[in-house]
Design a protein around this ligand. Structure first.
Ligand SMILES: Nc1ncnc2c1ncn2[C@@H]1O[C@H](COP(=O)(O)OP(=O)(O)OC[C@H]2O[C@@H]([n+]3cccc(C(=O)O)c3)[C@H](O)[C@@H]2O)[C@@H](O)[C@H]1O
Ligand SMILES: Nc1ncnc2c1ncn2[C@@H]1O[C@H](COP(=O)(O)OP(=O)(O)OP(=O)(O)O)[C@@H](O)[C@H]1O
Ligand SMILES: [Mg+2]
Length: 283
């Protein structure tokens, strides 16, 4: 059995009808981007599997010539990442632009030499966002998001950094499902096989930092979020109580990353509360 099949054998309820899922995502991506008045899209291409899948879906939706892939390495980024980003771009037939973020990151942290790796990593993620929005204006291309459902639920991403986008085709796919669709679309093997990493500091891996595997947490999130199982029922299902509590705490604590800023209410029609649907705009 190949690794994707092995993974899905442990979580058969996460298996997608690949053709159908790709078809739906590509169609909806096209619709949403065109609705906003754009024909082109832009995204950050890291060499990881999430941005590779977003790239492949975008190339299908708009044609490779209408996709701008931006590789934004920092001097400590793993050289393998840049190589894999180039491989993904080639496989999708998309031209890749490279912008080195080292000068601006180093200039900023020269003033804060004691800054933690977390601060530095979040600053890099926001710098990349800032570049994507600048180039979005230059290319008239809408920014495509790459945060998957696992990351959104766990808050595993930088708010207003890699979590920022106009349209996100991956947001309703668990990491396990990102892997399934990426294998189906023939994302290059080296990208499919390497451990997921934010690559924000040397040797960082998502699973190392989170403290659990994506497969385990995706199985749990499926029952916790999609099937609304209670804590007791999750335990009866065989999930470790410690893991349930840790994951539940993360999902709750990171709600702020999944919503608009809190607007303090004074008037009868407050943006985001009473003024949010087309009917509110007289449409
Ligand atoms: N309750 C609340 N309501 C509203 N805002 C709240 C808040 N609590 C904190 N905040 C604000 O949020 C900030 C913390 O959030 P944030 O700045 O996003 O950063 P934070 O959540 O501390 O860290 C980001 C995490 O995501 C990981 N990451 C980042 C980027 C990419 C990837 C990847 O997989 O590629 C992973 C990174 O390794 C780290 O574990 C606080 O400094 C504060 O300003
Ligand atoms: N060096 C980089 N160049 C361009 N974009 C980047 C870079 N590093 C991160 N990003 C952007 O930030 C996003 C978040 O990174 P994340 O690590 O979650 O995804 P990934 O690298 O695509 O996949 P994986 O999780 O498997 O590593 C990426 O999908 C990409 O859009
Ligand atoms: Mg990565």
């Amino acid at each position: 059995m190949n690794p994707v099949e092995e993974m899905l054998a442990r979580a058969p309820y996460l298996r997608l009808d690949e053709e159908l899922a790709v078809e739906l995502l590509v169609r909806a991506l096209r619709e949403e981007v065109e609705k906003a008045g754009f024909q082109k899209v832009i995204l950050g291409l890291s060499g990881g599997i999430d941005s590779a899948l977003a790239l492949f879906l975008s190339a299908r939706a708009f044609g490779p010539e209408n996709v701008v892939a931006v590789c934004m390495p920092y001097r400590e980024s793993s050289p393998a990442s840049v190589k894999d980003a180039r491989k993904a771009a080639q496989a999708a037939g998309v031209e890749m632009v490279t912008v080195d973020i080292t000068p601006q990151i180093d200039a900023y942290f020269a003033g804060f030499p004691e800054a933690s790796p977390l601060r530095r990593g979040n600053k890099m993620a926001r710098e990349r966002m800032s570049i994507l929005y600048d180039l979005s204006a230059e290319h008239r291309a809408l920014v495509i998001g790459t945060s998957n459902k696992t990351e959104l639920l766990l808050g595993y991403g930088t708010q207003f950094g890699d979590m920022a986008s106009a349209v996100n085709p991956l947001g309703d796919l668990y990491k396990t499902q990102v892997r399934q669709l990426s294998a189906h679309l023939k994302v290059p093997e080296s990208i499919l096989q390497k451990p997921p990493s934010a690559d924000l500091w040397p040797d960082q891996t998502d699973e190392g930092e989170l403290g659990f595997s994506y497969l385990d947490v995706d199985r749990l999130l499926h029952f916790m979020v999609d099937r609304r199982y209670s804590r007791e029922r999750l335990i009866r299902q065989g999930f470790d109580p410690g893991l349930i509590d840790r994951v539940h705490r993360r999902v709750v604590a990171n709600q702020y990353k999944r919503r608009l800023p809190v607007i303090l209410k004074l008037s009868g029609r407050t943006v985001g509360t009473d003024f949010r649907y087309p009917r509110d705009w007289g449409l």
